[in-house]
Ligand binder design. Structure first.
Ligand SMILES: [Zn+2]
Length: 343
C-alpha cells in the first residue's frame, strides 16, 4: 500500500515538474519568500545501514548532491547574514530565496555535505549542540538504539534482562527489522524527562557491565569537532547554537534554560571567533518563555521545526522550516513538491 502511494506521488510529481507547473507555482506563490530547509545527516548507503539514527533525519549523499545542484540553479541561496538582514529590516526576500540549515553538528556534515556545498559554491548554516562537539558522547536516541540492538542480538546472554524489560518482540524479528522497530520504539520515548532517559540508559549499561559484554562503539554516529568547524567556516559555512545538552528547552527550569542559552553561545563564539546570533531549538520545542529567554540571551533568530515559510514579517524567534529526509526527496520532482509544500 505504501509503495503504491509512493508511486502515485512520484508520477504526479513528475507530471507537475516536467510540465513546468512547479516553476510557475513557485513564481506565483513564493515571490519574496524564503524557504528554510532543515537537514540533519547526509550518509552514503553503507553509513546509513550502520547508523543508529532515525530515517527521518537522513538524506543519501547522492540525493543531497542532486538537491544542492538543483537549489543552486533555481533559488537565491542566502547566507545567514543575508537572511538576518531581511528579517531585521522587514525587507522582502529577492525572488524565491532559500536558506540551507543543518541541525545537530554531525560529522557527516563535514565528510559528505561540505564537499558538495563547496562544489556548488553554496552557503549553509549549522546548529551545534555544544556538549557533543569534540566529544565521543552520543544523543540518547542513538545510544539507546545501540544498546538495545546489542542486547537483542545476544538473546541468550541477556535473556533475563530481555524478559524483565519486555523486549521479546524485537528478538523475534529479522536482523534488519530489529533496528527499524527499535527506532520506532525510541521515537515514542521522546516525552520522557531527561532523568527518566538517564535512568533507562544506566539500566542497560549496568546490565552490559554485569555480563562483561559492552555494546561496540559506532564510528558513524559521531559529531563535528572544533578544528573542522573552523575549517568549514573559512568556506561559507556559518554556525549557530543548538543549545548544550540537546534537551527540550521547554522542559527545563529557568536556571537550566539560561545556562543552555548563554553558555552555548559563549562557547561557540570563543571557538569560532565570531558573534553567534541564531539558535535552533532542540527538537523544535519552544514556547513564550523559551523565545523571550533566547532574545534576552542575545539571539536574534530562533529556528523551529514548524512547517512553513519565511516572509519579511516573520517573527524572528519563531522561524519555520521544511524538514528534508530521504523518503520524499530522493528524486528532484518529489523534492521540489516537498519544498513547495504540495505534498
Ligand atoms: Zn537536534
Amino acid at each position: 500500500m505504501r509503495r503504491i502511494k509512493y508511486s502515485i506521488k512520484f508520477l504526479l510529481a513528475s507530471i507537475l515538474f516536467y510540465s513546468g507547473f512547479l516553476r510557475l507555482y513557485k513564481i506565483l506563490f513564493f515571490k519574496n519568500k524564503a524557504i528554510i530547509l532543515m537537514y540533519h545527516r547526509i550518509l552514503g548507503n553503507f553509513e546509513h545501514n550502520h547508523s543508529y539514527s532515525h530515517d527521518g533525519i537522513i538524506v543519501n549523499t547522492n540525493s543531497f548532491k542532486k538537491q544542492i545542484k538543483f537549489l543552486s540553479r533555481n533559488f537565491n541561496i542566502l547566507t545567514i547574514d543575508n537572511f538576518s538582514t531581511h528579517i531585521k529590516e522587514n525587507k522582502p526576500f529577492d525572488g524565491t530565496s532559500c536558506l540551507i540549515t543543518f541541525d545537530d553538528g554531525w560529522h557527516d556534515n563535514y565528510k559528505n555535505a561540505f564537499p558538495i556545498l563547496k562544489l556548488y559554491n553554496t552557503a549553509a548554516h549549522i546548529f551545534l549542540p555544544v556538549h557533543f562537539i569534540s566529544n565521543t558522547d552520543n544523543f540518547w536516541q542513538e545510544k539507546l538504539n545501540r544498546y538495545m540492538s546489542h542486547i537483542c542480538h545476544n538473546p541468550n546472554l541477556f535473556s533475563d534482562f530481555i524478559n524483565n524489560h519486555h523486549l521479546q518482540e524485537f528478538i523475534l524479528l529479522e536482523k534488519t527489522e530489529i533496528k527499524i522497530s527499535i527506532r520506532n520504539y525510541i521515537s515514542k520515548l521522546k516525552a520522557c524527562s531527561p532523568e527518566e532517559i538517564k535512568h533507562l540508559l544506566e539500566q542497560y549499561e549496568t546490565e552490559m557491565v554485569a555480563k562483561n559484554c559492552m555494546a561496540p562503539a559506532n564510528e558513524i554516529d559521531t559529531y563535528l569537532n572544533w578544528p573542522l568547524i573552523r575549517k568549514m567556516q573559512e568556506d561559507s559555512i556559518s554556525f549557530g547554537s543548538h543549545a548544550i545538552s540537546h534537551h527540550m528547552l521547554t522542559k527545563l527550569d529557568k536556571h537550566q534554560l539560561e545556562h543552555e542559552l548563554y553558555e552555548s553561545r559563549r562557547i561557540i563564539e570563543s571557538q569560532i571567533g565570531k558573534t553567534v546570533n541564531s539558535i535552533a531549538y532542540p527538537n523544535g520545542n519552544h514556547d513564550k518563555i523559551v523565545c523571550s529567554a533566547s532574545k534576552q540571551a542575545g539571539y536574534e533568530l530562533g529556528f523551529t521545526t514548524k512547517h512553513g515559510y519565511a516572509t519579511a514579517s516573520t517573527d524572528p524567534l519563531r522561524i519555520p522550516r521544511i524538514n528534508i529526509h530521504e523518503d520524499m526527496t530522493k528524486y528532484i520532482p518529489l523534492f521540489y513538491c516537498r519544498i513547495l509544500g504540495i505534498f
